[in-house]
Design a protein around this ligand. Structure first.
Ligand SMILES: Nc1nc2c(c(=O)[nH]1)N[C@H]1C(S)=C(S)[C@@H](COP(=O)(O)OP(=O)(O)OC[C@H]3O[C@@H](n4cnc5c(N)ncnc54)[C@H](O)[C@@H]3O)O[C@H]1N2
Ligand code: MOO
Length: 428
């Protein structure tokens, strides 16, 4: 955990106003308070998918280990290629991938070679078999211009070199990384332990699935969106259910969450409502700031650290509205949790895409509108907003495949203007 307190971090900022915190300033404060967990575990390669690499991996071997062929064909000396017409080469032998290396090749000779087979000594070029013609008597004819010297040869160590870094610590291991580590013969990898995140919903109007929906009540959806987002991030989740808005239940829930997790996420109770003991409890248990952020949705939010039973945990008190909870998770909690996981994650790329229609927006706050990115009739990509953008309309999030980011200083958008977009999903 970081040694700085929230108050120390905030005191270094100029123009800090808890009632009008710009998104970028809130992100900066959150980033400064979150620090990586230090425990490391060793996992079998397959189990390390999605986990954060805890140490740099230095390659112990060259990959590939030998110069080898990129094509099925004939290996020869590039200097022997004909400048015009064609030249005939005597086939001195055959070399297969994984087979014994061929003997050195003399001028005017070639070796039948398969993709991946080691280059015979003296050869630097492979002519793909499609370009050659059987010239009879164990010979093959190669036309001028089919290849250049050095073509179709893969060099020793061109993928990974012995003694050089293969992967840097902090990387979230993707399928390609598992393959890369396998290509080095590595069976086990050191990864950071999973981050444990406890979450619960607050509000007397909330009902859990399976309970009758009493008049004026709603089913608790935030715990499901939070479960989904945290699981995708690779966190170990502790779902603590719905907690009633009374001081004793809230205190017990906050203490238990803090004692059992690295981070605690709550939803609801951070605005100015009457029955909100949540804010009171957060303030009692820790060093917590209550913000009104210059954004939409997700204006009220609490952030800080709470302590109980000799343990501390980073706290996110997210606003209750179902869209606000997702937006504040994506744009504040996500980065902090990645940092606590020890991940060196690059900022998400913003794509510039044409807006199909005008979008109203006031300067002085950041807006995250829900969008559908698609290919228009003219073949260009464009984005349209998913209808009503109310922060209680979860359908707007479910229908969207991206967020349209309308920046702090930006004003309204005209139809056809380009806007910044962040995609929800990528390839597997
Ligand atoms: N006078 C003011 N009123 C409100 C303000 C404000 O600045 N001044 N801010 C508004 C904004 S913006 C938001 S967001 C909400 C946030 O308030 P809370 O965090 O206190 O959230 P609640 O009041 O508990 O709930 C808001 C809304 O969301 C529904 N909700 C809550 N939790 C869940 C859940 N787990 N699953 C589904 N739906 C949930 C809840 O029923 C309310 O409808 O305050 C505004 N008001
Ligand atoms: O954060 Mo609130 O959901 O903007 O309305």
């Amino acid at each position: 955990m970081s040694r700085s307190s929230l108050a120390e971090i905030i005191s270094c900022l100029s123009g800090y106003d808890p009632d009008a915190v710009p998104v970028a300033q809130a992100q900066q404060i959150i980033h400064a308070l979150a620090a990586p967990v230090d425990a490391v575990e060793k996992l079998a390669l397959r189990s390390a998918l999605g986990r954060v690499l805890a140490e740099d991996v230095i390659s112990s071997i060259d990959v590939p280990q030998h110069d080898n062929s990129a094509m099925d064909g004939y290996a020869l000396r590039g200097a022997d290629l004909p400048a015009q017409d064609a030249a005939t080469f005597r086939i001195a032998g055959t070399v297969l991938a994984g087979g014994a290396p061929a003997a050195p090749v003399a001028t005017g000779e070639c070796v039948r070679i398969m993709t991946g087979a080691p280059m015979p000594p003296g050869c630097d070029t492979v002519v793909p078999q499609e370009f050659t013609r059987d010239a009879g008597s164990g010979q093959v004819s190669v036309p001028a211009g089919a290849v250049k010297p050095g073509d179709n040869r893969r060099l020793q160590g061109e993928d990974l070199q012995a003694g050089k870094p293969a992967l840097a610590q902090g990387r979230i291991l993707r399928p390609a990384d598992l393959g890369l580590l396998a290509s080095l013969g590595i069976a086990e990898v050191p990864v950071r332990r999973r981050l444990r995140v406890a979450f619960f919903s607050t509000g007397d109007e909330l009902r859990s699935i399976g309970e009758p929906l009493d008049p004026g009540c709603v089913y608790d959806s935030n715990r499901y969106t939070l479960h989904g987002m945290l699981s995708r991030l690779g966190c170990d989740v502790l779902d603590m259910g719905v907690v009633k808005d009374d001081p004793a239940s809230l205190e017990a829930a906050f203490r238990s969450a803090c004692e059992n997790a690295d981070a605690v996420i709550t939803s609801g109770g951070v605005s100015v409502g009457e029955a909100d003991y949540t804010k009171q409890m957060m303030a009692t248990l820790g060093d917590v700031a209550f913000w009104k952020i210059g954004m939409r949705p997700g204006r009220p939010m609490a952030f800080g650290k709470i302590a109980s039973g000799g343990k501390s945990a980073v706290l996110f008190g997210l606003p209750g509205n179902p869209v606000a909870v997702m937006v504040t998770f994506y744009f504040f909690a996500r980065d902090a949790l990645l940092r606590m996981m020890g991940a060196q994650a690059a900022p998400l790329p913003l794509l510039r895409v044409r807006s199909q229609a005008a979008i109203r927006k006031k300067p002085g706050r950041t807006e995250y509108q829900r969008g559908i990115l698609s290919v228009a009739e003219d073949g260009r990509q464009e984005v349209r907003i998913t209808g009503s953008q109310g922060s209680g309309i979860l359908r707007s999030m479910s229908e969207a495949n991206c967020m349209v980011v309308l920046h702090h200083e930006q004003s309204g958008v005209q139809a056809g203007d380009e806007v910044d977009v962040i995609l929800f999903d990528g390839l597997v």
